[in-house]
Ligand binder design. Structure first.
Ligand code: GCB
Length: 644
């Protein structure tokens, strides 16, 4: 009984502590009332190489210009710092690094006390502390998600001074971070240099670090502003429905007006009040790529706040793209707008030469062109949330997304404790808060291949999945499991079973003939146990481009092709029943930690890291277009595009 009571108390503590997010995280957009100033480019940079990694804090490097406390180098933002220099110790550095940039703030932003000035960091890995002119304005735990701070009062203290922004970022991973890791000191002086330690990680991608996404300043009115918007959409027959909730902050009383506009800018519905519903006649639904001739249809919701006093009228305007669609799951199907949707897509990474995980438009647009070329209608944000701009592209192009949080490599039993769970719940809060309004996001994934056989996994995932559903009752929730696990204690709580397997690769390497039987057994077992639709969330084989052998040998292009074809034969049987998707591992080759199983990274890409196709890319292209056309619903112009 005591144990049960303790558990309830723990759960209450956990639930209490996660309701802490008290503000929205709308993507910064320019409007009649809002300005945005990007701070991307070269920042001053120094890694704290002191043995304790703590010199920067001891000497308060944030108090004056970074160059005054020691040497600095140029560091581009956004980018991972690891591959920018020729210094091998910076490539694998663990600890605090310091970034600094001086910014000229428009005088008006300082003199006009009615303007609210916000500093926003799109993401930094992993723990960040931010100062403006030596004053700490915020800190944030976790990579891949944005954080911000209001800085108006700090910059107004000395209106003549430049605005100096200092950001210290620490990439250390512990058992309680997401993803988890451990720091291991090697204390034997006969084998290791003094102070030698390693960062152990339990995931298969390079632990890139630094400021990975845009840093910017944006403004809103101060007396009142649109803090958050939530939209949930529905339709019946020809009528669309946009249920909305707007949260307004500030002291002044303001009037709210909402207008929904179609692509041509015509008003199709309007409303007032902070909670309500907009009805759209002759609705144009948001459809996935290749499911409709006009995929990714977006309306635009203009949220308009006005307040008038004796002297003047002021306003705040925010424009949110809105796609009207529904998502449902049955025991055998995934339904978008009540029609069966089959995921034929990819798993990705934010990863490229030189920039590491740094945001890069040319790379993003190239990747979208490649996905569309190969007929991919979906991807999973393995193994962490991707940049918001990527999700905006998905909304526009109709690419369906399984949105994953950084819960990758939860393998150590100590990472199932209360502190870990509490942090994981907060990360889900932050993720749902950021991504809830994207029509492209159709499912949340709370983790990848956790040790879900361990007894504490049951309470952990039950709590985590329930919490995610409470945050967003409109989307299914899953986590990604591995077909090796005989017992999966979290699976009863997921809506869709997502399974990774690498038959004839990690098991029975070289024996392609085991794939049909082992894959068939995998599907039959999982379906019999849970009666839930299944996605093959990973499968693949490492392949060195240009390496050939026939009969197929591991690591050749022929072997990758053969693995795919063996898997596809089984998918074609099972997709008639309960298999609802297939996502190749991986879209492109990506960097990993050095090790005896990785030859300069993971080579399971169907494209190289430089985005050139291996032979397998053509197999997938052929297949995905065939799958898209199979329903016969595509209009003539999307039939298999020989010329694409
Ligand atoms: C997996 C992991 C993924 C790895 C992949 C591999 O199951 O989810 O992160 O990269 O296998 O290639 O081993």
């Amino acid at each position: 009984i005591l144990a049960a009571m303790l558990r309830v108390l723990c759960l209450l503590a956990v639930v209490d502590s996660v309701l802490l997010l008290d503000s929205g995280m709308l993507f910064p957009r320019e409007s009649a009332s809002r300005e945005v100033k990007e701070l991307n480019g070269l920042w001053a940079f120094r890694a704290d190489i002191s043995p304790s990694r703590n010199q920067g804090f001891e000497e308060a490097w944030y108090k004056s210009r970074l160059i005054e406390s020691g040497p600095v180098i140029d560091m581009p933002v956004p980018a991972s710092y690891n591959d920018i220099t020729q210094d091998p110790s910076l490539r694998t550095f663990t600890g605090w690094v310091w970034y600094e940039r001086e910014v000229v703030v428009p005088t008006r932003w300082i003199t006009d006390e009615e303007i609210r000035v916000v500093l926003r960091v799109g993401s930094a890995h992993y723990y960040s502390v931010v100062w403006v002119n030596g004053v700490k304005v915020t800190e944030h735990n976790g990579g891949h998600l944005p954080f911000e701070a209001e800085i108006g009062s700090v910059i107004r203290k000395d209106p003549t001074a430049k605005c100096r922004i200092t950001i210290a970022v620490n990439n250390t991973l512990t058992l309680e971070t997401l993803p988890p890791g451990t720091i291991q000191y090697m204390n034997d002086p006969t084998r290791y240099p003094k102070g030698f330690f390693v960062q152990n990680i339990f995931f298969d991608f390079f632990n890139y670090a630094g400021i990975h996404r845009s840093v910017l300043l944006y403004t809103t009115p101060k007396a009142f502003y649109v803090d958050d918007i939530t939209v949930v959409t529905d339709f019946s027959d020809n009528a669309g429905l946009v249920n909305y909730k707007v949260s307004v902050k500030g002291s002044a009383a303001a009037t709210l007006k909402l207008t929904l506009m179609d692509k041509e800018g015509h008003c199709v519905a309007s409303s007032s009040g902070s909670v309500g519903a907009l009805k759209v006649a002759d609705v144009k639904l948001w459809w996935p790529y290749l499911m409709h001739e006009n995929p990714g249809y977006l309306y635009s919701l203009e949220v308009h706040l006005t307040a008038a006093n004796d002297k003047s009228t002021s306003e705040d305007v925010y424009l949110l793209p809105v796609g009207i669609r529904t998502v449902k799951v049955s025991s055998t199907q995934f339904l978008i707008n009540n029609k069966p949707f089959y995921f034929h897509g990819v798993n990705k990474h934010e990863d490229s030469d030189i920039r590491g995980k740094g945001f890069d438009w040319p790379l993003i647009v190239k990747d979208f062109n490649l996905m569309k070329w190969m007929g991919a209608n979906s991807f999973r944000t393995s193994h962490y949330p991707y940049a918001e701009e990527i999700l905006q592209m998905c909304d526009q192009h109709g690419i369906v997304v399984i949105d994953e949080c950084p819960g990758v490599g939860i393998k150590d039993i100590r990472s199932f404790g209360n502190a870990s769970l509490t942090h994981h719940l907060v990360v889900m809060d932050e993720l749902v808060r950021r991504d809830k309004n994207h029509p492209s996001v159709v499912m949340w994934s709370v983790a990848n291949e956790p040790a879900s056989e361990m007894p504490p996994a049951q309470f952990y995932f039950k709590t985590l999945i329930k919490h995610t559903k409470d945050l967003d009752p409109t989307r299914p929730v899953t986590y990604i499991t591995n077909s090796n696990y005989a017992r999966d204690l979290g699976a009863p709580y997921v809506d869709v079973v997502c399974v990774n397997s690498y038959f004839s690769w990690y098991h029975d390497p070289g024996y392609l003939e085991v794939i049909p039987i082992q894959l068939n057994t995998q599907f039959e077992d999982w379906y019999a146990k849970y009666q839930k639709p299944i996605i093959q969330s990973e499968y693949g084989a490492d392949t060195l481009p240009g390496l050939h052998n026939d009969p197929p040998l591991m690591f050749t292009e022929e072997y990758q092709q053969a693995v795919l074809q063996h898997y596809h034969n089984v998918f074609d049987q099972k997709r008639k029943h309960y298999v609802i998707g297939e996502l190749i591992w991986n879209f492109a080759d990506f960097m990993t930690v050095q090790g005896i199983t990785r030859v300069v990274g993971n080579k399971k890409g169907v494209f190289t890291r430089q985005r050139q196709p291996k032979a397998a890319a053509f197999i997938l292209k052929e297949r995905y277009w065939r799958l898209a056309n199979e329903t016969g619903k595509l209009p003539y112009w999307t039939k298999y595009p020989c010329s694409l």
